[in-house]
Design a protein around this ligand. Structure first.
Ligand SMILES: [Zn+2]
Ligand SMILES: [Zn+2]
Length: 143
C-alpha cells in the first residue's frame, strides 16, 4: 500500500523533474535556399561564361579550368550595367553569403550594397537580385 503510493509520488516527482529539466524544444531547421541551390552566372578570367550552381569556393571554368567567379550585374544611371564578380564565404550560421566583389579583374573588396562605377565612381545598384538573399526562382531539380 505505502510502497504503491511511494512509487506513484516518485513517478510524479520524476515527471515534474522531467518537465522542469527537459531541454528547450529543438527548433526544426527549415530549409533555407542558398547559393548552392540556384544556378548562377559564372565567368572566368579568360571571359568564358557559363551557368552553374553557386558555391563558396571558386569554381574552375568549365572550358579552360581557370578560376571562375559568380557574375552579378550592377547598374550606374550614367554608364549602364557593369558585370561585377562576386565571392562567397560561410557566415556564422553556416550559410553562404556574399563576401567580396571585384570589378574588371581589379582588386577584390568587401561586398557592400553598392559598388562604385568604374567610370564615375557613382555607387551602382545591383541590377538583378539573383543572389541568395532574394531568390524567387523555383528550385531546379537534378539528379
Ligand atoms: Zn574559361
Ligand atoms: Zn558611372
Amino acid at each position: 500500500m505505502w510502497s504503491l503510493l511511494l512509487a506513484m509520488s516518485a513517478a510524479a516527482l520524476a515527471f515534474t523533474a522531467w518537465l522542469w529539466w527537459r531541454p528547450a524544444p529543438t527548433v526544426p531547421v527549415y530549409y533555407r535556399r542558398t547559393i548552392n541551390d540556384v544556378e548562377l552566372n559564372w565567368k572566368c578570367d579568360a571571359g568564358h561564361s557559363f551557368v552553374a550552381r553557386g558555391q563558396v569556393a571558386d569554381r574552375p571554368c568549365a572550358m579552360c579550368d581557370q578560376p571562375a567567379f559568380v557574375i552579378t550585374p550592377f547598374e550606374c544611371p550614367k554608364h549602364g550595367v557593369t558585370e561585377v564578380a562576386a565571392r562567397f564565404t560561410y557566415g556564422a550560421d553556416g550559410a553562404p553569403r556574399l563576401s567580396q566583389y571585384r570589378v574588371y579583374q581589379g582588386d577584390w573588396f568587401p561586398a557592400m550594397d553598392s559598388v562604385p562605377c568604374p567610370h564615375c565612381s557613382f555607387p551602382m545598384v545591383r541590377k538583378q537580385t539573383d543572389l541568395p538573399d532574394a531568390v524567387t526562382r523555383g528550385k531546379k531539380k537534378s539528379g
